[in-house]
Structures are given as structure tokens and as C-alpha cells.
Design a protein around this ligand. Structure first.
Ligand code: NDP
Length: 169
């Protein structure tokens, strides 16, 4: 299974100055459980925004810079999204998650290989400089939705919404 996973504010902001502008512990927990022991594909800027390598996940980083060398094991660098998708398929039996950021989501939404979107809709409208692209509603159908409340762990109310691709041809 190949999926895109993202957290989006109501104004489509996903990032600000290289960071995600909210803290939602229960969403991070969901992200960890889903992606652990699987493959994660990301742009070089998202990789550099991580505080550290994410444990128990195979990292595939996309960069045009052929001299970019990540400072950890189990991290691979490729030079295009297509190369990332092809390489991820060599990890037989693993699920593949495209985890951002904005540039990579924009390209990944065009790829029919991406069958699902796990979209966390966050009930806030922060300032930001990176946005999730507009998704064609004819291509995607909501298949599940779970609500989480603002509390001591989560800065805001949010929903985790799952979409399946309708238009597969
Ligand atoms: P990306 O993470 O999408 O990385 C962009 C980089 O990826 C480019 O500079 C380039 O690297 C490489 N790249 C992109 N397309 C290609 C291609 N076709 N071929 C080769 N390399 C390519 O950057 P963004 O700035 O769009 O996103 C980062 C922001 O998103 C941060 O603020 C981060 O916190 C946020 N984010 C938010 C998420 C959320 O769910 N809310 C999830 C993930 C990130 P190079 O310059 O090395 O050539």
C-alpha cells in the first residue's frame, strides 16, 4: 500500500519556517503507529526539519543535490519522486508513506500509485509559508473519520480523515 500522510490547517497551511506550526501528541502517535516498520519518502527540506532520524523506519530522501549525504544509517537519497517510488517497492512487504513536504505532496498527488491519503484536518488557521495543494474531489472519497479533542496533549481539535482513490485509471 502506498499512501500520502499529512496534517493540514483549515487554511491549507502545513508548515512555517521549516516547522509544523502546532503540537498534537495524539496525531504524532497515530503517525508513528502507521509508519513504524515501514518506508517513509520525503523531500530534503522535510528531512532536515526532523529533530532526528525517525526510529524503526526506512527513510528515502528526495534531493536534486547528488552530493547530499544524510548523517544516519538506513537513510537513502534519490534524485526524483519516481526514483523514490521505484526504490521503495524493493522493500517487499512494507507499506510506503509519502510524508511531505509541500513540494513533494504536489507531485505525489499526480501519481496513481498513491492509493490513500491520511489527512489530519487541524482546527486552526496559522500563519505559514508551506501549503497542501488543492485535491481534486473527483479523485478521492472519504472512507473514515475520527475526531480528537483539544486537551493537554493536543493544541487544537482535529479529525483524522482517510481517503481512498476513486479514479484509478
Ligand atoms: P519538501 O520537504 O517538499 O522538500 C523540498 C526539496 O525536495 C527540494 O528543495 C529538493 O531538494 C527536493 N525535491 C523536490 N522535488 C524534487 C524532484 N522532483 N526531484 C528531486 N528533488 C526534489 O519542502 P517544502 O518546503 O515544500 O516542505 C517543508 C515544510 O513542510 C516544512 O515547514 C515542514 O515542517 C512542513 N511539513 C509539514 C507536514 C505536515 O503534515 N503538516 C509534513 C511534512 C513537512 P534539494 O533542494 O536538496 O534539491
Amino acid at each position: 500500500m502506498m499512501a500520502l500522510i499529512v496534517a493540514v490547517a483549515e487554511n491549507n497551511v502545513i508548515g512555517s519556517e521549516g516547522k509544523i506550526p502546532w503540537h498534537l501528541a495524539e496525531d504524532m502517535n497515530f503517525f508513528r503507529k502507521l509508519t513504524e516498520h515501514n518506508v517513509i519518502i520525503m523531500g530534503r527540506k522535510t528531512f532536515e526539519s526532523l529533530p532526528r532520524r525517525l526510529p524503526n523506519r526506512i527513510h528515502i530522501i528526495i534531493s536534486r543535490n547528488r552530493r547530499f549525504v544524510p548523517p544516519y544509517d538506513d537513510c537513502y537519497v534519490v534524485n526524483s519522486l519516481d526514483a523514490a517510488i521505484d526504490f521503495s517497492r524493493t522493500f517487499v512487504g512494507k507499506n510506503i508513506f509519502i510524508i511531505g513536504g509541500g513540494e513533494i505532496y504536489q507531485q505525489a498527488l499526480q501519481k496513481k500509485a498513491v492509493e490513500k491519503i491520511f489527512l489530519t484536518k487541524v482546527q486552526t488557521e496559522p500563519k505559514g509559508d508551506t501549503f497542501f495543494p488543492v485535491v481534486n474531489p473527483q479523485d478521492w472519497q472519504e472512507t473514515n473519520k475520527i475526531h480528537f479533542f483539544k486537551n493537554e496533549k493536543n493544541d487544537y481539535d482535529f479529525d483524522i480523515i482517510e481517503f481512498g482513490r476513486i479514479n484509478k485509471s
